[in-house]
Design a protein around this ligand. Structure first.
Ligand code: IFM
Length: 446
């Protein structure tokens, strides 16, 4: 099995960007080195029972030391671009002053990426909030949005000359909802009214940072990355159709609608008014700043039936394929979601900023034969192609992930990489999926 696209695919043309993605906390390690401050994920990992096997980010993939080799690894995959995130606690001290050592790590890394002909897609926030800000209320405190703008200002001034594209946030849904409402991610708070308020402050921080980034980096694109799911109704019954609508509204529309249309979804006013955050006058205009792109992270779909108490409930579908993390393989849902959103909104150019599969990979005789991931990538890359053919303006695709890494509450137990990481030796081994991805990219006309 290989990853192929139709010969005439726009994705094979020179302007379409292919890349691989990672995030700071998941790969860097060195979480006390060179003045790096503690972040909420250090605290969460140190709290018994929060992360599987008590795993933490102290070493991870040791990318903080192995970055030069890792740039060669990225290059060897034949990609055009690398998507990374900046660790806020590494580059700014408690007083808001730059940490030069931390900044130098990113300067060196980005210079090396550029020297190797790779475009740099940087995300400012992929969940590693400095702990001292969480101690003052974290994303529940509106002040954190102002601190984020100071951080964005500093980083985009210092690193802007290397960066082609800036994303303010990665997956506000996860940072806010999983972190403050459900409590399975850092900081581990769990109150129904917290999640959407934290989300509002994140969206506000995004909107306030956009003009600052534009001023500092007039030649870079600026946008935001959202995780999105397609939700299907468990049956044709009206109540199940309603449950699926509520679920998509809470997962997707709650984030897209303020950014593109300056409002939270109208449906919520009627059916879940307590899910609407406290909004101050002018907030929605700030949040809906024009953006150059929207990033979509897509992995799976949901099936929901009506539930008296919560309005929707997940059901597991029989006879479908799942990955090692229990997520259904559903490439049809990917193209459908993109096409639906394109009908519902005036979308900016879209980038698929993450897509990939967790598989129970094994290193045998120096090789990893991850057949399921190859099939997953083939199906999903072709789903992107289908959406483009149906008229969606999609400009790039990033596989998650360059290499196996710290999968949040699952610790190191779930492997998403195109490259296998032996956490004892830090040896990297490109998996069959990595070679298949490279072969697809090499097949492009020069
Ligand atoms: O590993 C995560 C990443 O940090 C954010 N998007 C989903 C990935 C897989 O769970």
């Amino acid at each position: 099995m290989s990853i192929t696209l139709p010969d005439n695919s726009i994705m094979l043309k020179p302007n379409f960007t292919f890349g691989v993605a990672t995030a700071s906390f998941q790969i860097e390690g060195a979480n006390t080195e060179d003045g790096r401050l503690p972040c909420i994920w250090d605290t969460f990992c140190a709290t018994p029972g929060k992360v599987l096997n008590g795993d933490d980010g102290s070493v991870a993939c040791d990318h903080y030391h192995l970055w030069k080799e890792d740039v060669q690894l990225i290059k060897s995959l034949g990609v055009d671009a690398y998507r990374l995130s900046i660790a806020w606690p590494r580059v700014m001290d408690e007083q808001g002053k730059p940490n030069e050592k931390g900044l130098n790590f990113y300067r060196n890394l980005m210079e090396e990426l550029k020297a190797n002909g790779l475009k740099v897609y940087a995300t400012l926030y992929h969940w590693d909030l400095p702990q001292h800000l969480e101690d003052k209320g974290g994303w529940l405190n509106r002040e954190t949005a102002y601190r984020f703008v100071e951080y964005a200002d500093l980083v985009t001034k210092e690193l802007g000359s290397w960066v082609d594209s800036w994303a303010t946030f990665n997956e506000p849904f996860c940072a806010a909802l999983l972190g403050y409402e459900v409590g399975v991610h850092a900081p581990g708070l769990a109150k129904p009214e917290y999640g959407r308020q934290a989300a509002h402050h994140i969206l506000l921080a995004h909107g306030m940072a956009v003009p600052v980034i534009r001023k500092n980096c007039p030649n870079s694109d600026v946008g935001i990355v959202l995780n999105m799911n397609r939700t299907y109704a468990a049956s044709d019954k009206a109540e199940d159709q309603f449950a699926a609508l509520v679920r998509e509204t809470l997962d997707n529309q709650f984030f897209i609608e303020p950014i593109l249309n300056a409002q939270y979804p109208k449906l919520l006013e009627k059916v879940l008014p307590h899910y609407l955050p406290n909004v101050l006058p002018g907030d929605m205009d700030i949040i809906s700043q024009p953006i150059d792109f929207m990033g979509m992270n897509f992995y799976t779909c949901n099936h929901n039936e009506y539930d008296e108490q919560n309005l929707y409930r997940d059901i597991k579908k029989e006879g479908v394929e799942y990955t090692d993390i229990g997520w259904e393989v559903a490439p049809h849902a990917f193209s459908e979601l993109l096409i639906n959103l394109n009908k519902q909104y005036n979308l900016p150019p879209m980038f698929i900023t993450e897509n990939g599969a967790a598989c129970a990979d094994e290193l045998k005789a120096g090789e990893v034969d991850d057949d399921q991931r190859v099939r997953y990538l083939h199906g999903h890359i072709n789903a992107v192609n289908d959406a483009i053919e149906a008229g969606v303006d999609i400009r790039g695709y990033f596989a998650w992930s360059l290499m196996d890494n710290f999968e949040w509450a699952e610790g190191y137990s779930k492997r998403f990489g195109l490259t296998y990481v032996d956490y004892e030796t830090q040896q990297r081994t490109v998996k069959r999926s990595g070679y298949a991805y490279r072969d697809l990219l090499l097949s492009r006309a020069k």
